[in-house]
Design a protein around this ligand. Sequence first.
Ligand SMILES: [Zn+2]
Length: 77
Amino acid sequence: MTTHNIGSVNIRCPDCGGDQFIKDGADGDVPPAALAGATCAACGRIVSRDEIEDQVGKIGEVFTNLVGDAIRKALRN
Ligand SMILES: [Zn+2]
């Protein structure tokens, strides 16, 4: 099982390449739009949850491979 910490993953806006996103509803009321994705702080584009997960998935694959390699090397010793 793989977990992703969004805070440490560099998600970029598909439109402007910005990496700052606004996530509403941190405490309490979470509007449906916030659950669906995040808003780019630079251009205001709403990046869908699918787009975010797509990017996180790609980064996660690389990360998982790196960790997998490290574990395999450690087990070999
Ligand atoms: Zn943007």
